[in-house]
Design a protein around this ligand. Structure first.
Ligand code: SF4
Length: 358
């Protein structure tokens, strides 16, 4: 069976080619064709011998992920749904910023086992972990879809799944996308977000990428309730590991904090949040809950959100209020997939415009 090309790091590709009796530098040549020139037809890789070019399609599978759906929000957010076979799909979201950043939020798993109570994906239990090729495939598929005039500048692992529950594929995909001979993304522009898998957090520092932690509570009691992973790795262990990450990398940790009405949005929550994070170099992103059916949680009023933000600012916390993007295109993680999986007729019904139709 052919080897999926997009799942190979440069070293792994070298290993395969050397095993076939080829020189090591051939791997660099092929990598550059694919990731820098976007030439995926081996027959067009003109600095390789004809016989070598002819042998490659039997060895490597260069098929891209199949893009099934592409929706564009009024606010510029774009959502992509990829068909990964076996009737399974994954979501990828492209988020533009006013400062020219173009951030891709990738998925690392189909469904998720972390069971965060506010999360739509959690309702779709883990079905399978993605391969490194499927993660890289999301990046390449979106970049191909939007064209090279708009370059994806940042990646966040905040889509479906817990990235640190699938660390080999996640860190291999980062190795591929940050390779100087490939897409050459800066590691500083890659963020891995975790719900709190404490033993795997040192891998984030080891791979020299940024750490985000979905904190979402200021006490163990609240966190046990909204994020069951906290029962296994309580907040003091999580915060200790964050402190260690910041010390080792000299980088700030990003804490994500979802505001749930009456649960995490009170002024006393803001004060405790400041107290528990004050000795960790960090910034805090507060995110008003993006409501979805049967979640059991509500979004706080805009007034409450602003009061919460102001309290943190008054306390000297580096805080950012994350706008909810793409509410008109099933923005809650996992929502688009849930809408369409198993219902191909809905693809047709939901296409927003001719240009976006696939
Ligand atoms: S928030 Fe993330 S880690 Fe938690 S259940 Fe959802 S996808 Fe999994």
């Amino acid at each position: 069976m052919a080897i999926p090309f997009y799942g190979l790091t440069l070293d792994q590709l070298r290993g395969h080619l050397v095993g076939l009796g080829k020189e090591k530098f051939r791997a660099s040549q092929v990598f550059k064709w694919v990731y820098q020139q976007r030439v995926t037809d081996f027959s067009q890789m003109t600095n390789l011998s004809k016989s070598f070019r002819e042998s490659l399609p039997e060895i490597f599978d260069m098929n891209p992920l199949k893009l099934s759906q592409h929706l564009k929000s009024e606010d510029g957010t774009e959502k992509f749904l990829f068909d990964i076979g076996d009737g399974k799909t994954v979501e990828t979201v492209l988020i533009p910023s006013s400062d020219e950043r173009l951030t891709l939020c990738v998925s690392s798993e189909v469904g998720c086992n972390m069971a965060c109570r506010f999360c739509f994906t959690a309702k779709q239990k883990l079905q399978r972990r993605l391969t490194s090729g499927e993660i890289v495939g999301q990046f390449m598929g979106v970049q191909d879809a939007i064209g090279m005039k708009r370059r994806i500048s940042n990646i966040v692992f905040m889509g479906m799944g817990e990235p640190l529950d699938n660390p080999d594929a996640v860190f291999d995909s980062i190795e591929i996308l940050t390779s100087e001979l490939g897409v050459n993304l800066s590691r500083k522009k890659v963020t891995v977000s975790t719900s709190g898998l404490v033993p795997q957090i040192p891998l984030v520092a080891k791979n020299r990428v940024r750490l985000a932690v979905s904190l979402n509570a200021s006490t163990n009691e609240i966190r046990d309730h909204v994020m069951p992973i906290n029962k296994k790795y309580p907040m003091n262990q999580l915060l200790d590991e964050c402190r260690r990450y910041a010390f080792e990398t000299k980088d700030k940790v990003t804490f994500e904090y979802v505001l749930l009405k009456g649960v995490t949005d009170r002024i006393e929550d803001a004060i405790r949040l400041k107290n528990i994070t004050q000795d960790i170099p960090c910034k805090i992103n507060i995110i008003p809950f993006n409501e979805h059916p049967n979640s059991g949680f509500e979004r706080p009023s805009d007034e409450t959100v602003l009061k919460f933000q102001k309290k943190l600012m008054d306390l000297g916390v580096h805080v950012l209020l994350r706008k909810t993007m793409g509410r008109d295109i099933y923005a809650a993680c996992g929502q688009l997939r849930s809408k369409f999986e198993g219902h191909p007729e809905r693809f047709r019904a939901q296409r927003p415009s001719k240009e976006m139709a696939l």
